[in-house]
Design a protein around this ligand. Structure first.
Ligand SMILES: [Zn+2]
Length: 145
């Protein structure tokens, strides 16, 4: 057993026992360690000399990672939106008729073109079983700005 001094993102320090250093790493990565004071799971090893390192530099870190998370979300949103805009600009919206239209094109009943629309998971799977490439369009998350 190893005892580690830990600190949550709100600056509460506490100690916890782990069977090994790698067991700690695993639990930290899975966010299964929670702060006994606030229940937060953004927990990491406390610096060896917390009394010295506590203060602005330590408290500044969570803000930085929050900013990064926001940037990451915005990037993902922009990517999804761009993908969707590109798809919808170059394809016909056939709505719920998508599986039917996709089949017609695949079997040469209508001229091949880019289409997009709605298909249930089952329908999309059926299409792919028939060898018809149908890509799911990811739902666009709400724009948080
Ligand atoms: Zn805490």
């Amino acid at each position: 057993m190893i005892r580690f001094a830990l600190v949550c993102d709100r600056g509460h320090d506490f100690e916890a026992w782990f069977s090994s250093g790698s067991a700690y790493e695993k639990q930290e990565a899975a966010r299964s360690i929670s702060c006994p004071a606030c229940g937060g799971t953004d927990v990491r090893k406390a610096p060896m000399a917390p009394a010295i390192l506590r203060g602005k530099s330590l408290r500044g870190k969570p803000k930085q990672s929050e900013r990064l998370a926001t940037q990451e979300r915005k990037k993902t949103y922009a990517f999804l939106k761009g993908l969707r805009d590109q798809l919808t600009a170059n394809a016909d919206n056939v709505g719920p008729a998508f599986p039917e239209e996709a089949r017609k094109m695949h079997y040469g009943e209508t001229e091949a073109r880019n289409i997009y629309g709605e298909a249930s998971v089952d329908e999309a799977k059926a299409l792919s079983d028939e060898g018809i490439p149908a890509l799911p369009l990811p739902p666009l998350p709400e724009d948080h700005n």
